[in-house]
Design a protein around this ligand. Structure first.
Ligand SMILES: [Zn+2]
Length: 404
């Protein structure tokens, strides 16, 4: 297989085996066969982009029933509101500015733009969450963003001051179409701002569960700047974000339109020094992950053998990789607790562990809880103080397997 960015040669460094669609929760008794694909990751020898080796058809992941909502976490709500206010004060120009968000989900960011009375459009292929955005007064079109969509929006609404995407761009394999669409839609001096999980954080934290069907690319400043240059763009700013286990917010502008911030050169130098896209570093990451997988399954089996009860906490998309890669099923986790109504009463994809609402977690508390939503650890632990007070302990597997 060739690199989806530059057609260069890909070198595989990690294989997580057969994996289901991470958000395809199974209705008990549903006779339809689940879809599986091989989840493996490689790095391009030419442009250094880290990417999946097998592409899952987009309609299998992003559709009417897509269950993830960005407003589900108060930390994320705050994060997007802060960003929206900043874009409104720093990036808009002219009498009638226009803001576009790719993959606007339930409109958590754009609702601030809408409330400010600024012209905007969310492009969102997952119908259910798009309806939630519309209900908040956000103008949204139910569509995948690509070159043709961009041309249509440009014809109807004119050019955009800002195009923004959070946890969306890394989902999209066909980057040529996306960036040529951004080129079509963006004002001459406009910016394309996007934030996604940061490869350096994934490697440093061994957070292998960031690797699942929806995350096709694993960006870093180096690979993003090379990708941008292919379409006449330049990386002009980077900002590290503490959310979702470590992300970077990248700002692209047309080459020469803006002076790159010093943070760009600093991040590029840091990445070079650490060699994060070198095969040796990525092979090391894969070996660490294998060790953590073996330690986690040994711990869970040992605790179960002693008669301990263990529940999962957070039926996140990323938990699909952990559960299926580690072979964790209902014999080890009685159930997984999750606040998303659409997931409750169903089974986790591939691993078939029942998903129950948060009330089941408290009635009674288990001896141990495997924290599958570790990227929200602080928020969750603050909410579940009763669990700790009851003597319960959390099991984490990022950056290594430990019990707290
Ligand atoms: Zn490449």
């Amino acid at each position: 297989m060739a690199c989806r960015i530059c057609s260069g040669r890909l070198r595989e460094f990690a294989d997580f085996g057969r994996q289901p669609i991470s958000d395809a929760f199974v209705e008990p008794g549903d006779p339809r066969e689940e879809f599986f694909f091989r989840l493996a990751v490689g790095v391009c020898e030419s442009c250094t982009m880290v990417q999946l080796l097998e592409e899952v058809p987009r309609e299998r992941m992003f559709h009417e029933g897509y269950p993830y909502v960005s407003s589900g976490s108060s930390v994320m709500r705050e994060h997007f509101h802060t960003l929206a206010k900043r874009l409104l004060t720093t990036e808009l120009s002219g009498d009638d500015p226009f803001v576009v968000e790719l993959g606007c989900n339930d409109g958590t960011m754009l609702e601030v733009v809408a409330d400010a009375g600024v012209r905007h459009l969310g492009v969102e292929p997952s119908g259910g969450v798009a309806d939630l955005a519309a209900a908040k007064g956000v103008r949204v079109t139910k569509d995948f963003f690509e070159a043709a969509t961009a041309a249509r929006v440009r014809a109807e609404d004119g050019p955009a001051d800002v195009i923004y995407a959070a946890n969306t761009l890394c989902h999209i394999p066909y980057m040529d179409s996306i960036l040529s669409g951004v080129d079509t839609l963006l004002k001459v001096d406009g910016v394309f701002v996007f934030e996604d999980p940061y490869l350096a954080d994934i490697v440093a934290r061994s957070s292998f569960d960031q690797i699942y069907d929806e995350h096709f690319y694993f960006f870093c400043a180096g690979s993003v700047s090379r990708m941008a240059a292919r379409h006449g763009f330049e990386l002009v700013d980077v900002e590290r974000l503490p959310v979702h286990g470590g992300e970077v917010r990248y700002t692209l502008a047309r080459i020469g339109a803006r002076t790159p911030a010093p943070a760009v050169a600093a991040m590029l130098a840091e990445e070079d020094a650490a060699g994060i896209t070198r095969l040796s570093a990525l092979d090391r990451f894969a070996a660490t992950v294998e060790g953590n997988r073996d330690r986690l399954t040994a711990l869970l089996k040992g605790l179960r053998a002693q008669g301990a009860t263990i529940y999962g906490y957070g039926a996140t998309a990323k938990s699909a990789t952990v559960l299926n890669y580690c072979g964790i099923g209902p014999d080890l986790l009685t159930f997984v607790s999750d606040t998303t109504p659409a997931k409750q009463g169903r089974l986790t994809p591939g691993s078939h562990i029942p998903v129950l609402g948060p009330e089941a977690f408290r009635d009674p508390y288990p001896d141990y809880a495997l924290l599958l939503a570790w990227n929200h650890a602080e928020e969750i632990m603050a909410k579940e103080t009763g669990f700790r007070e009851s003597g319960g302990r959390w099991i984490l597997y990022v950056p290594d397997v430990h019990v707290v």
